[in-house]
Ligand binder design. Structure first.
Ligand SMILES: Nc1ncnc2c1ncn2[C@@H]1O[C@H](COP(=O)(O)OP(=O)(O)O)[C@@H](O)[C@H]1O
Ligand SMILES: [Mg+2]
Length: 194
């Protein structure tokens, strides 16, 4: 079984952007290093039901092939869909959680220069660092999520994990308007690269 923290202490109701429905499935997604795991630890402390897609991938057999160059596994997202735990409300965490059938997508974002430092601190090779920094600079994950109607972004660049977690909970409780996707734009950074 995927490690899920049960029981959600927060009553999530009357979200205008969900037509008054409770968001049963929330995706917490974002480029590696943007802060998903740090926020997740805090959400767990608060008792939110959280499921990490890495755990789900292991047990569902959704791992397909190993990508030697990227040093990551490829994942069969369709297979993963069928193994989402039944607990509701549930937060699915992972950089492809926005590809699953979720009600809300919350994307963690980080300024590319800061993200580069965070990823270098992990000891990742330059190619892997660069690939992720570029993806973040271009806003790839947000772009991928935009076919969904409830997409929000949290900028973790100069916030604390506690502040980011507060923003996350705020969005779930209906205060998401200031976090609507579309305002974060790192494209100036890209111009500096040329
Ligand atoms: N506001 C913030 N929210 C979340 N993480 C942050 C924040 N500020 C700095 N960090 C740091 O960013 C680093 C990467 O965060 P992590 O949670 O591991 O990212 P991810 O799970 O998305 O790969 C951690 O060292 C974390 O402490
Ligand atoms: Mg993580």
């Amino acid at each position: 079984m995927a490690k899920i923290v049960q029981s959600c202490p927060v009553i999530v109701t009357d979200l205008d952007y969900l037509g008054g429905e409770t968001p049963v499935l929330t995706a917490l997604t974002g480029t590696p290093g943007t802060g998903k795991s740090s926020i997740t630890s805090l959400l767990k402390e608060r008792g939110f039901a959280v499921c990490n897609l890495n755990d789900l991938v292991e047990e569902s057999g959704a791992r397909t092939t190993y990508d030697e160059e990227r040093q990551t596994w490829n994942v069969d997202v369709k297979l993963l869909r069928g193994s989402i735990p039944a607990v509701r409300p549930l937060i699915l965490v992972g950089h492809y959680s926005h590809l699953l059938p979720v009600d809300i997508v919350i994307v963690t974002r980080c300024h590319p220069d800061v993200l580069r430092r965070r990823l270098e601190d992990r000891g990742w090779n330059q190619r892997k660092v660069q690939e992720n920094v570029e993806a973040e600079a271009l806003g790839v994950i947000t772009a991928e999520a935009m076919d969904k109607s409830n997409v929000f972004e949290i900028d973790t660049t100069s916030a604390s994990p506690a502040e980011s977690c507060k923003a996350f909970v705020n969005i779930l409780q209906g205060g998401g308007d200031p976090y609507r996707a579309g305002t974060i734009d790192w494209s100036e950074v890209i111009m500096d690269w040329f």
